[in-house]
Design a protein around this ligand. Sequence first.
Ligand code: ADP
Length: 248
Amino acid sequence: MNAVEARNLSFRYPDGRAALDDVSLAAAEGETVGVIGPNGAGKSTLLLHLNGILPDVLSDPPAVFVHGLPVVKGNLYRIRSEVGLLFENPDDQFLSPTVGEDVAFGPRQWGRTEAETAEAVRSALADVGLAGFERRSPQHLSNGEKQRVCLAGILVGNPKVLALDEPTRALDPRGRRKLLAILRGVAATKIIATHDLEFVAEICDTVVVLDAGRVVASGPAAEILADETLMREHGLETPALVKYRLRG
Ligand code: ADP
């Protein structure tokens, strides 16, 4: 059974704009899938469907499945405990005045004791390289740190699926390397929407290319990224890393 599957998913925003048009894709358990494509291709919209943030009225019949479970209203609690979604802008994700409170939000909601919560927070912060950051204010951190706090808030729930929207957008090279190392250490199935094709080349097993809401190509990351014509046709560019490997 696939960890994540979209079957003929179409979606229009309320203003009538078609954002996804007959999109089908699958991620096997433990796989890392890159979703790439130009601006406006539908990448963020797709991710928002994976844990039922979109659409407001869930489609019938269901078009998205997580470990076989349809993403429908009655399943949202379970789906959201299985799928952790990291938004593009970390500031959209903070809920609390301190890092520790923020990461503790989930465990408290799930009824953990204070001692269990404190241990879960400590461990999640350590996992993202922010041990001891509990009393810091999220607003006074670097972009990379902010994003890692958000990631800790997701990882604390041990999601089986991680959906990441442009995770490297605001990171400097060091932040990017750290994120790469953290993600490599997380066993969850990962769906990464990004413009950063070097990042895709480093971490993704397979790639789905979206353009104007449609899947225009999908397959092994190395093959798709190396197809320079395909990349150019869809406003993308074969990463230098891949070209270098091809030459080598
Ligand atoms: P990407 O993440 O690939 O840049 P998006 O999923 O953000 O693409 O957008 C897909 C399409 O949906 C674009 O045409 C975009 O303008 C449109 N869109 C995104 N968000 C909204 C919204 N809230 N209301 C109406 N249209 C939207």
